[in-house]
Design a protein around this ligand. Sequence first.
Ligand code: PLP
Length: 393
Amino acid sequence: MQVIKNFERIGEENAFAVLARANALAATGKSVINLGIGQPDFPTPENIVEAAVKALRDGKHGYTATEGIPELREAVANSLSQRYNTQVDSRSVMIMPGGKVTMYAAISLFGQPGTDILYPDPGFPIYKSMIDFTGANAIAMPIRESNAFGFSADEVLSLITDNTRLVILNSPANPTGGVTPKHEIDRLVAGLAARPDIAILSDEIYDQLIYDDEQHTSLLEYPEIRDQLIVLNGWSKTYAMTGWRLGYSVWPDKLFEPVRKLAVNAWSCVNAASQYAALEAITGPQDAVAHMLSIFDERRIATVAALNELPGVSCITPKGAFYAFPNITQTGWQAKKLASTLLEETGVAIIGGPDFGALGEGYLRLSYANSTPNILEAISRMHVFLENQGPPG
Ligand code: PLP
């Protein structure tokens, strides 16, 4: 058997490996606090669960249209149009089996040897993994603490060449919690609109997890790039539905048919009951979303304050998502070594910045999707550890 070469280049998401190790340690009786994995610690709201149960009881057991049930596509289009004061046509909406699958589809449409795809570094690891898989050149767009972890329009535009086929953007961002300000997005959009041959994948999965009265700027607000724009979004983070495997994306007309065909070949459709749950999520009461957001906000403040008390650590206040990305350069530790040592010795599961790209060295990612007492206990264990143990030799 000879598996194609591309599989020598495909990467992974280390958060899942850390989760497995954390669970294995917990199974031996060790006290483990998991600030590694990026998923809300809340259950899916009851009305959403009930909608799925009802769908199953009502006999929604068969295939649906590949692109999703019409009422859900309509509801997504209406919700986006209202949220971003724009016009989204339901015919451009595709229901996907998870947010991640939109990445897979978009990168598959544009990645091949000889082409460049720009991606954020540090950023969600699957962008680079999938680009490498296709054989395209993965061009890192630096995301800097000095820029509050937003992207810089000038820097992104300076990386564009004649070979660039796709630019991947993510705000609010994983792993940093950074939110790129509107003026920066305005300037980037102006530059990208002048290059209609380049597609844009805007990963907006954290669009509703944003703090301090910041407004999310969706790239859907810019009609001048609509023919180039793919928007990735979904229910996983906003509605605590990571295990349902549900997502949606908005596609330009000319890309819709290729992605629909990819879906027919790969997954046929998203499971029917989940689609009815998703419909209830966006058309039903939204108070659970506001409630979760206010709890994340309290934890965010507590997490950053506690991190800034650690010796050699400094942490800027993230404006979105549910991650803190403290700078640990003054501790003298390499980030991945510190993360793995902390897990083994103190039971605190966190992720080293380099798992999100080479420019993540010097940082850790903590997910504050855990209770405040657990977060404070984890950071206090880190405190004791850092006070007593310096980096190896
Ligand atoms: N995009 C970003 C930036 C993420 O952080 C994640 C999940 O962690 C996803 C997409 C994938 O979401 P889903 O679980 O819906 O596939």
